[in-house]
Design a protein around this ligand. Structure first.
Ligand code: ADP
Ligand code: ZN
Length: 743
């Protein structure tokens, strides 16, 4: 047995410390277990990362004090995954371990919830008591209590007293004289306690689904060398059904499964489909769980009570010990990348976890990320395509409308971004009793406030972006830092009253739609309307019931929704986002347009999509219209290859934030000099420069961008620089490995 344990202490040090294992604990100290160790002048909790027989610090070693908590033990494979993350994403060991464990479990403040229940201690004695005291008025309460408990042992006090029609004092009397025993029963804080779902059976798979499932089976049974499959399936091709049946296969082999979905698509609709198929075997993790619920769900997984987890990013770290399958739905989603340290990409970590635990990984999408698609084309991943909708329903027809031609004729009322074609199409739907979704990925009323007299644009003083105008509140708000001011009535700069609001947001589209389509029920869904108290679920529920004719929204409505009566999707302005200074701008636009378009025609009537744009000749828009992912990939990939942007090479961004612009820029230049020796020929460096959004929350931002191959040494140097070096006061550094965006 090993004598020494390497322990990571819950402190922000990128270091593990060696401790002696006290012989009485030797059998129970294993990798991943939580221990209490002396540290400085006090004791701290930590996790055992490794075991060994010798240490470089042999003489000075302290001894582990005790086991922290027998229940919280991380599987060894997860500890390995954490070490890989710390190395690859250049974060500390401790940051990596933190992301493996929800705070509710790690911090030890949440306790299991229990309920006191009562039962008769010895039935024989209880019966004797009932017999001896029958009819005695003073003993009525006790007799009733015993009768109830003999029939139904294990009742909680409130239910018991109710049934026995008595008060608490006879119960206390019975406990005192030993006729009734009380005990603590573990309670689950059940997030589903208020809803039930009807069970569903597997649907007979169609040919494409059958083929996909065969490949999954081969992976699960170890007949396929590669462990990752890319499932490229158009919207409504039945991917979710493939996931469900794949999970069932894993369960048959006694292995568990993790399903990752973007938080935004963790809608009750999606969750219900999984619950309907797997009932109590499933645990759902999302950001709206209370700490108590999260604690209980984690322990149910850890104790092997559930076999399936559905959740957002962090569900990837579910402590299964017999993992068989990981599914990453909508694998192209940018939200799989965590925005604070460790800045890991859940899809990539999923691939690594699958490798470490010999689990199959399915990446699914209608618009795969270029990274995954390239891996599939180069045969590192198994590629499975499902290019037809279920039952061969047609993909929606897509029409492009040129917004430049939308100007009103003389004498015609100006209808903003509603072109005649769009208005007509909506009117037809209203007459037929069908529903419409209108999409615009910008909330608020107007994108900016402009003085027509002096050209002043109202902007946030803390960030380098214009304020957005919100008409209902008569406020200007900054969408980066959240600050708000009252909308001025005349120009704060020159005093003129000629204020113009330009660039429409969802709030404006909502008010225009209400004016154009009188009598129609128009509802807006974006983070503002949700904050104002209209819950996500409530709106979707009304939409499903047909109480809403036109649903207007931001990307919140782009994903995962399945409403058969929606026959028209209007994209108000497809160009938004297209010209952002980011190499993924086209990819994001293509994905978003495809996803939104996929909401149309999921029922019996063929759907129609109207894409409004100022640039109908733009290549990305053209490929989105023809819904041709492969052609778009070929097109955009040539651009990336020419510039060595991912997936042609990796991308690492070193970010600087500083209150003082000058000092920030100087320090960035200094760091560049330190890093230069590690930048060989195959690495392209963009020298220190202001970030595209130069200032956020009063801090100036600079970045150095590295891209290319063979980055190991540079990565090591960057790790040293960001984690070990002391930076000047007031300057923050952070590194983003495989950055998803340059903004
Ligand atoms: P995707 O995840 O690709 O968008 P879904 O799995 O949600 O597709 O399937 C779309 C719709 O088709 C759902 O209503 C689903 O119940 C139905 N469906 C999926 N597979 C089948 C099948 N084999 N037979 C009949 N209906 C199916
Ligand atoms: Zn701001």
């Amino acid at each position: 047995m090993s004598r020494i344990a390497r322990v990571i202490v819950d402190l922000s040090l990128d270091k593990a410390f060696d401790y002696l294992i006290p012989p009485p604990l030797a059998a129970r100290i294993v990798i991943g277990v939580r221990v209490r160790v002396p540290f400085g002048n006090s004791f701290r909790l930590g996790y055992v990362l490794a075991l060994s027989d010798h240490s470089d610090f042999e003489e000075q070693l302290k001894t582990i004090e005790s086991l922290g908590d027998g229940r919280t033990q991380l599987p060894e494979a997860l500890i390995k995954l954490g070490s890989w993350m710390a190395e690859y994403y250049c974060c500390t060991q401790e940051q990596a371990i933190r992301s493996l464990l929800p705070g509710a479990v790690r911090l030890g403040r949440i306790k299991p919830k229990t309920l006191t229940v009562y039962r008769v201690a010895e039935p024989e004695k209880a019966r004797q008591y009932i017999e001896a005291n029958a009819g005695r008025e003073k003993a009525q309460g006790r007799v009733n209590l015993l009768k109830v408990l003999l029939e139904q042992p294990g009742l909680a006090a409130d239910v018991l007293l109710n049934l026995a029609e008595t008060t608490v004092s006879p119960l206390q009397g019975l406990v005192k004289n030993g006729l009734v025993a009380k005990s603590e029963q573990l309670l689950r804080r059940n997030p589903f306690s208020d809803s039930t779902v009807l069970p569903s059976a597997p649907l007979p798979a169609n040919a494409e689904q059958q083929a996909a499932l065969e490949r999954v089976r081969a992976m699960l049974e170890g007949r396929e060398k590669r462990h990752v499959m890319l499932l490229h399936g158009v919207t409504n091709s039945g991917k979710t059904e493939v996931y469900l049946q794949s999970i069932a296969m894993a369960l048959e082999l006694n292995r568990s499964a993790i399903v990752l979905v973007p938080e935004i698509s963790l809608t009750p609709q999606t969750v219900r489909r999984f619950r309907a198929r797997f009932g109590d075997k499933i645990s759902v993790l999302h950001s709206r769980l209370s700490d108590g619920e999260r604690f209980d769900e984690w322990n149910r997984i850890n104790d092997g009570i559930v076999q399936i987890v559905v959740g957002a990013r962090s569900a990837l770290f579910a402590p299964f010990r017999n993992l068989g399958l990981i599914i990453v739905d909508e694998e192209h989603e940018a939200s799989y990348k965590q925005s604070e340290a460790p800045r890991y990409h859940a899809r990539d970590v999923a691939v690594m976890r699958g490798l470490l635990e010999q689990a199959a990984v399915i990446l699914g999408s209608a618009t795969p990320s270029f990274e995954s698609y390239r891996n599939a084309l180069e045969k590192r991943y198994v590629l499975v395509e499902m290019l037809h909708r279920v039952d061969d329903k047609l993909l929606p027809s897509v029409k492009v409308v040129d917004l430049r031609l939308g100007a009103p004729e003389p004498g015609e009322k100006k209808s903003g971004l509603f072109t005649k074609i769009l208005i007509q199409a909506i009117q037809e739907r209203l007459q037929l009793g069908e529903q419409t979704i209108l999409f615009l990925n910008r909330r608020g009323f107007a994108r900016q406030m402009l003085c027509e007299s002096c050209g002043y644009v109202a902007g946030c003083p803390s960030c380098s972006v214009p304020y957005t105008y919100h008409r209902k509140e008569e406020m200007l708000s900054c969408h980066l830092c959240g600050s708000m001011i009252e909308a001025p009535e005349c120009c704060p700069s020159c005093g003129a009253a000629e204020i113009r609001y330009s660039g429409s947001g969802t709030e404006k589209i909502e008010s225009l739609a209400a004016a154009i389509f009188r009598g129609a029920k128009v509802v807006r869904m974006d983070s503002d309307s949700i904050r104002a108290g209209n819950s996500h679920e409530a709106i979707l529920d009304r939409f499903r019931k047909g109480e809403i004719d036109i649903l207007i929204g931001t990307q919140m409505i782009a994903k995962g929704l399945h409403f058969p009566n929606v026959t028209l999707v209007g994209i108000i302005n497809a160009d938004q986002g297209l010209y952002l200074p980011d190499f993924r701008a086209c990819e994001r636009t293509f994905q978003l347009l495809t996803q939104v378009a996929g909401r149309a025609g999921r029922g019996d009537v063929r759907g129609e999509v109207i894409i409004q744009t100022f640039s109908p000749a733009n290549d990305t828009i053209r490929f989105a219209v023809s819904q041709d992912f492969k052609a778009f990939y070929q097109y955009d990939m040539t651009v990336r290859e020419a510039l060595h942007y991912p997936p042609d090479g990796h991308l690492m961004v070193l970010n600087f934030r500083s209150l003082d612009a000058e000092a920030g820029m100087q320090y960035a230049a200094r760091c560049m000099e330190l890093l230069r020796p590690f930048c060989h020929d195959e690495i392209i460096v963009s020298e220190p420069a202001p970030a595209p959004i130069e200032k956020i929350k009063t801090k100036y931002r600079f970045q150095i961008i590295f891209r290319g191959r063979k980055l190991k040494q540079l990565r090591q140097a960057l790790r040293e620089l960001t984690l070990r070096r002391r930076h000047p006061e007031g300057i923050e550094l952070y590194l983003d490995i495989d950055a998803q965006s340059l903004l």
